[in-house]
Design a protein around this ligand. Structure first.
Ligand code: ADP
Length: 332
C-alpha cells in the first residue's frame, strides 16, 4: 500500500477511479459510507455499479467532452460538490460534502432577507416623519440637518430595497414573466426617470435603439437591470459626458450595450465589480451614493434570464456594460 493509497483511503472526501475502458478500478472508504456503489463493483462498468444518476451523467459527460467537469449533486439528504478529472488514463471523481456550507449560506441569506423585510416599515415611517418636518418653517440649521437625515434615510431605503431584490432573485422562487418588450420605448421611459439626475450632472442620454428592437424578457426585471446600469453611467461620469444604449443581435444572443464616457474602472477592479458590496476605491466612491449592490443585481437578472453580463472599461475614457440575453427559443 503506497502512501497515496493510504491517504485516499482515509480521506474525508470520496474518490472513485474509472479506467479508460469505463470500468471502476478504485473507490475509497468514504464512497463506501455513502452507499452509492452496488456490491462487487470492482472492474465493472461505472454505469452498471454507480447508483446515483447525477454522478453517472457527470462521468458520462466527462468522457464525452474529454474534459474535467463540476456539478452539485444530492445524495440522500446531503449536498456534494462532484468534480471529475479527465485524463488519457481515465476519469477520477471526487465528492466533497458541502451540506454545512450550503446550510450556512442558506440561513445567512434568509437572515438578510428577514432583517431587510423587517426594516422596510420603520424606514418608511421615518421617511414620512422627516419629510413632514422638513416642510415646516424651521431655522436653517435645523432644516440642513433634516435634509442630511433624509438623504441618509433614502440610502437605507435603497440598501434595503436592493437586498430584497437580491434575496428574491437568489431564492430561485422568483418566476420570470416573459413578455414582448419594445426596447426603444423601455429605454425612453427609463431615461425620463433619470432626466433630472442627468441634467444636474450635465450628462447627455442617447437612445440608439431602433423601433423594431423587440425582446422577450421580463419587463420589470429588465427595467431594474437597465436602471442600475444607467444610474451608474450617470453617477460615474464627467460634466459634459455621454451615456448611450444600443442593441444588436449576434448568434443566438440579444445584446444590450450601456456605454458611457465617464471615469472608467481600473483594470484590477474589473473582475470584482459584479460582486456584492464591491465599490471601486472607497475614496473615489465616497461622495457618490451607492450600496455596491447594483451590479450584483444586474448580474443576477441576466443570469435568471439564462444570459450573462460583461464589462469593458478604460480609466478616464469610459465603460461599456454588455448584457447578453437569449432569444425566445432559449429562455427556459
Ligand atoms: P454602487 O452602488 O457603488 O454604484 P454597483 O454595484 O452599481 O455599486 O457598482 C460597483 C462599483 O463599480 C461602483 O462603486 C463603481 O466604482 C464601479 N462602477 C460601476 N459602474 C460604473 C461605470 N459606469 N463607470 C465607472 N465605474 C463604475
Amino acid at each position: 500500500m503506497t502512501l497515496l493509497h493510504e491517504f485516499l483511503k482515509e480521506a474525508d472526501e470520496g474518490y472513485i477511479v474509472i479506467d479508460r475502458s469505463k470500468k471502476v478500478s478504485y473507490a475509497n472508504r468514504f464512497v463506501m459510507y455513502l452507499e452509492i456503489l452496488r456490491e462487487s463493483w470492482q472492474e465493472k462498468p461505472y454505469y452498471e455499479v454507480i447508483k446515483n444518476l447525477g454522478i453517472i451523467s457527470l462521468i458520462s459527460a466527462t468522457f464525452g467532452e474529454k474534459k474535467s467537469l463540476n456539478e452539485e449533486i444530492s445524495i440522500g439528504d446531503r449536498e456534494f460538490s462532484a468534480r471529475t478529472f479527465y485524463t488519457d488514463e481515465g476519469v477520477i471523481l471526487r465528492l466533497s460534502d458541502v451540506t454545512s456550507i450550503k446550510n450556512y449560506e442558506k440561513s445567512k441569506k434568509e437572515f438578510v432577507a428577514n432583517v431587510s423585510h423587517e426594516l422596510k416599515t420603520p424606514i418608511a415611517a421615518l421617511k414620512v416623519i422627516l419629510e413632514t418636518l422638513y416642510e415646516e418653517d424651521l431655522p436653517k440649521h435645523i432644516k440642513d440637518m433634516l435634509g442630511r437625515a433624509l438623504a441618509r434615510v433614502e440610502e437605507m431605503n435603497q440598501l434595503v430595497n436592493d437586498l430584497l431584490i437580491i434575496a428574491k432573485l437568489e431564492s430561485g422562487e422568483e418566476v420570470l414573466n416573459i413578455e414582448k418588450v419594445n426596447l426603444k420605448w423601455l429605454v425612453d421611459s427609463i431615461y425620463e426617470k433619470f432626466r433630472e439626475a442627468s441634467e444636474n450632472e450635465q450628462v447627455d442620454l442617447i437612445n440608439e435603439v431602433s423601433e423594431d428592437a423587440i425582446l422577450h424578457s421580463d419587463p420589470e426585471k429588465l427595467s431594474i437591470l437597465l436602471k442600475n446600469l444607467v444610474d451608474n453611467a450617470i453617477k460615474y461620469n464627467k460634466k459634459g459626458g455621454k451615456v448611450g444604449i444600443r442593441f444588436y443581435r449576434k448568434d443566438k444572443w440579444n445584446i444590450i450595450e450601456v456605454w458611457d464616457t465617464g471615469i472608467g474602472i481600473p483594470k484590477q477592479d474589473l473582475p470584482f465589480v459584479f460582486d456584492r458590496f464591491y465599490r471601486v476605491d472607497k475614496s473615489r466612491s465616497k461622495d457618490i451614493p451607492g450600496t455596491g449592490l447594483g451590479l450584483s443585481i444586474v448580474k443576477h437578472i441576466a443570469l435568471s434570464h439564462g444570459g450573462r453580463v460583461e464589462v469593458e472599461s478604460q480609466e478616464r475614457k469610459g465603460s461599456t456594460f454588455r448584457v447578453f440575453l437569449p432569444g425566445i427559443e432559449d429562455i427556459k
